[in-house]
Ligand binder design. Structure first.
Ligand code: ADP
Length: 447
């Protein structure tokens, strides 16, 4: 049965009831007045109809009041037409609310996925106003994701390259420019979408640029290092071919040529060592080598280099085993001793020793009484081609790569290199190895 029929029948029933009651009252009052059952019935039905309408209007008003409100409270509970109406409205609202909630959850999920992106993402409307940006983009462009929303991006990101790119409308290639405060470099790609909207993707390329600059510097340095002895060699070749030299002069020139060739050989050797260290996997942590043997070999070689000009001593290391590569460790210790010999004047002392550390690790220490190094150079010593005194380094056959090699070896064994030095008094270089990579030989025998 439809609501209209039920409702009409309900009202008719009330009117009928009112008429019956009115007729009864009219017949009782007939004895005392002119009101008869007919008038009573008419009056009763009118009264019932009025009451039904009033009740209806009151219920309708209650629903209207609820609808006008914030809709946070439950709908007025009622039976009948208005009750059903309230229930239906409330249900429809709840279904809509659920849909909206699901939509906003999906949007939040989507935005948090973009938020997690390592790249900056910014959405611009057709007037270049910021619709939304993730925190990476905010950091890249120096924006506040909340405060700067609906602001014109070109008012906030003022880099001329960026503004010109955005206004130029040619977005095939990314544009590169300095980030806010000029501390970083950004690569920005703009992609148009929708109706005049734009997606701006940004990437911090500071590290990439730095690596690129380092690569350029490295190539320039290597070229320079090779060009110098090559120029000298070319000069000598010219001298030999064009000048009639006496035998002693010829011998001298050949000796100098040999020195330049050795210099180039040493440089290429160190470059190859560095390339090997950078391009190969870390040495295995379970291949153990006797540290004592490595130290003794390096010491013998240093004595050969010193040719009796220094007193070279060593201490400890016989009962130590190190996990990793003995060739790399030898190369590191030999480099440190080689430096000690080259930067310590004749008669100086050089001491090589193994020291256990409190944390279970150990260090190979090379101490000398040489020329020492001023404090401001210490942090840069392990940079490739960094030299405190370029001519002394070159004159003594240095390549400027020795300490870079030592640093790489230390890092590949999980360790580091420490330096303390005082000009005029001497230097102390320590190759520190972690506990995981060192053990005592007697522990092995006992095991
Ligand atoms: P180089 O081949 O020039 O010795 P290294 O990388 O081995 O290159 O060393 C970098 C610089 O550190 C050297 O040029 C030198 O100035 C300084 N240096 C290294 N070891 C010592 C030392 N034992 N005493 C004084 N200076 C040192």
């Amino acid at each position: 049965m439809g609501w209209w029929l039920a409702r009409t029948l309900g009202v008719l029933f009330l009117v009928l009831l009112g008429a019956v009651c009115g007729a009864f009252v009219g017949s009782v009052l007939q004895k005392f007045s002119a009101v008869g059952p007919l008038i009573g019935a008419l009056f009763g039905s009118l009264l019932a109809l009025t009451l039904a309408l009033l009740r209806d209007a009151w219920r309708g008003q209650a629903l209207m009041n609820w609808l006008r409100g914030p809709l946070t409270t439950p709908a007025p509970r009622d039976s009948g037409f208005w009750g059903e109406m309230a229930y239906r409205v409330e249900k429809a609202l709840r279904v809509r609310e659920l849909g909206t909630q699901r939509e906003s959850e999906r949007l939040a999920q989507f935005l948090s996925a973009i938020e997690a992106s390592p790249n900056g993402v910014m959405l611009l409307d057709s007037g270049d106003q910021i619709e939304w940006c993730n925190s990476v983009a905010a950091e890249h462009f120096g924006l506040d994701p909340e405060r700067d929303r609906r602001q014109r991006v070109t008012n906030l990101v003022r880099s001329p390259a960026f503004v010109a790119h955005l206004q130029g409308g040619r977005f095939e290639e990314p544009v590169e420019f300095a980030g806010p405060l000029g501390r970083s470099s950004l690569s920005v790609l703009v992609r148009p979408y929708g109706d005049g909207l734009r997606l701006v993707l940004s990437q911090d390329i500071t590290a990439r640029e730095r690596t690129e600059a380092m690569r350029r510097d490295f190539v320039a340095n290597v070229s320079h290092e090779i060009r110098t002895p090559l120029t000298v060699l070319a000069g000598f070749v010219e001298t030999l071919t064009q000048l009639p030299l006496s035998e002693p002069e010829r011998q001298r020139v050949l000796q100098l040529m040999g020195q330049q060739a050795e210099r180039m050989q040493a440089l290429v050797g160190d470059l190859l060592t560095l390339a090997r260290l950078e391009g190969s996997p870390r040495p295995a942590p379970d291949r153990w080598y006797r540290m004592g043997e490595v130290m003794q070999q390096a010491r013998r070689d240093a004595e050969g280099l010193s040719a009796g000009r220094h007193t070279i001593s060593s201490e400890g290391g016989e009962d130590v085993e190190v996990a990793g590569s003995d060739a790399e460790l030898y190369s590191a210790v030999a480099n440190l001793l080689n430096n000690a010999v080259r930067y310590t004047p004749e008669g100086g002392l050089i001491h090589l020793r193994w020291v256990w550390r409190d944390d279970g690790g150990g260090e190979i220490e090379v101490q000398d009484t040489g020329i020492g190094i001023a404090r401001e150079h210490l942090s840069r010593l392990t940079e490739r081609f960094y030299r405190v005194d370029g001519s002394r380094s070159r004159d003594t056959g240095g390549t400027g790569l020795g300490l870079s090699i030592v640093k790489h070896v230390a890092q590949r064994h999980g360790g580091e290199i420490e330096v303390s030095s005082e000009p005029g008094k001497g230097s102390c270089f320590r190759l520190v190895l972690p506990a995981l990579r060192v053990r005592r030989v007697r522990e092995v025998l006992a095991a």
